[in-house]
Design a protein around this ligand. Structure first.
Ligand code: TRH
Length: 363
């Protein structure tokens, strides 16, 4: 007998940046490699996946990569058969013909909308909610990632933390600080560079390509690498996704952004500073406060203030100098806290596992 729900289709439309495909790609790989699922990833923009996975050939309409069948999803794409489980990444809207084909299948396929990550309490109450299709005999379920057992959890590969611990055990620590920088163009990168330049200790700032590097160039001018006092500014080439994880593990402080690198920084267990994806009318600041509210539980008042003030300064371009020095003072406590936080999160089922179980229960 064929295993239950063997065939999964994941649809992903890239809005901007790398977060949509970053999440869908991790999910697709984990479903295939850890759960033995036959996964087809329907992606509208292969160019956005290629930097994360250099094996991808952007010219191919169809290819097998790391256990996942990747299809270039265009307006003309005809999907030959319906899978047992269909994941709509971030409400990207499935092709209408595919929806009609789904409606013909018995038993009904399981249709999931994988939503964005937020610590806001409404997401927990919407997690798992059913939404009947307005005209077809289909039901779509909302699956919300999150930080609590009442949510869908976070993407975490089976051996991720063990691999992290193994790599970290072999690293010699010294007084120099390694910091990674991955942010949007709106981050106060110039202010950060000024503050870091005044450091008494050696700092190596590892700068991601794209917007972070552009902001550095705009502030420092000239060519990389830069030396400013004890600060070395070192651009890196875009890393394949698993290597990016390892960079975050090795760095002492990670400036990360969006959704997927934000989660990865939490698995790294190192201090991190999050630049949230900016939304209209500053709606993202509510989301930021919700996260800070749950993440800082258990920190002393001083360390809570240090983390909150630096996150706010980084997102609103205010008072970065004071916030940075308070954060460095609180760093020993934040290091211990972030290790505990990663362990606490890892006590929840990982998102892929939770999703597989959720879908099985719908059959
Ligand atoms: O690229 P992002 O800003 O993506 C955003 C967010 O997901 C946001 O919520 C969403 O609405 C918007 O896209 C459309 O940041 P994020 O989520 O951290 O994704 C970056 C991905 O890029 C992540 O999977 C890590 C990966 N990455 C690498 O693999 N190598 C690298 O060298 C770098 C810098 C990133």
């Amino acid at each position: 007998m064929a295993p239950m729900q063997l065939h999964w289709d994941i649809f992903c439309r890239v809005i901007d940046n790398y977060g949509d495909i970053g999440v869908c790609w991790r999910l697709a790989r984990q479903l295939a490699n850890e759960h033995g699922k036959e996964v087809r990833l329907w992606l509208d923009d292969l160019n956005s996946l290629q930097p994360l996975c250099p094996d991808v050939n952007v010219l191919l309409a169809e290819q097998l990569c790391q256990g996942v069948k990747i299809f270039h999803w265009t307006a003309n794409t005809a999907v030959d058969r319906v899978a047992e489980v269909i994941i709509e990444g971030f409400a990207c809207e499935l092709p209408h013909a595919y929806q009609h084909a789904m409606a013909q299948v018995t038993p009904q396929p399981t249709w999931i909308n994988l939503d964005y990550l937020t610590a806001e309490s409404w997401a927990e109450s919407c997690h798992g909610m059913a939404s009947p299709h307005p005209s077809l005999p289909l039901v779509k379920y909302f699956f919300f990632p999150g930080f609590s057992p009442a949510s869908g959890g976070l993407l975490r590969e089976r051996n991720l933390l063990a691999e992290r611990d193994q790599l970290m055990a072999g690293i010699d620590r010294n007084d120099a600080l390694d910091i990674s920088l991955f942010c949007y163009g709106s981050a106060p990168v110039g202010k950060l560079l000024d503050v870091l330049t005044d450091s008494d200790t050696e700092i190596r700032l590892h700068v991601a390509p794209g917007k972070p590097l552009a902001a550095v160039i705009a502030h420092l001018g000239g060519d990389a690498p830069w030396q400013c006092g004890h600060l070395s500014v070192l651009p890196f080439d875009f890393l394949p996704q698993d290597n990016f994880d390892r960079l975050l593990w090795r760095c002492d402080i990670n400036f990360i952004r969006g959704e997927d690198s934000f989660v990865r920084a939490q698995w790294a267990g190192q201090p991190f500073v999050w630049q949230i994806y900016p939304q209209e009318e500053e709606a993202h600041l509510v989301k930021l406060s919700a996260f800070l509210g749950c993440y800082t539980q258990g920190l002393s008042t001083a360390a809570t203030n240090a983390a909150v003030n630096l996150f706010k300064a980084w997102n609103s371009a205010t008072d970065l100098r004071q916030a940075w020095s308070d954060f460095l003072l609180a760093r020993p406590e934040i290091i211990k806290h972030n290790r505990r936080w990663a362990t606490q999160l890892a006590n929840n089922p990982d998102l892929t596992n939770a999703l597989v179980k959720f879908c099985e229960a719908k059959v």
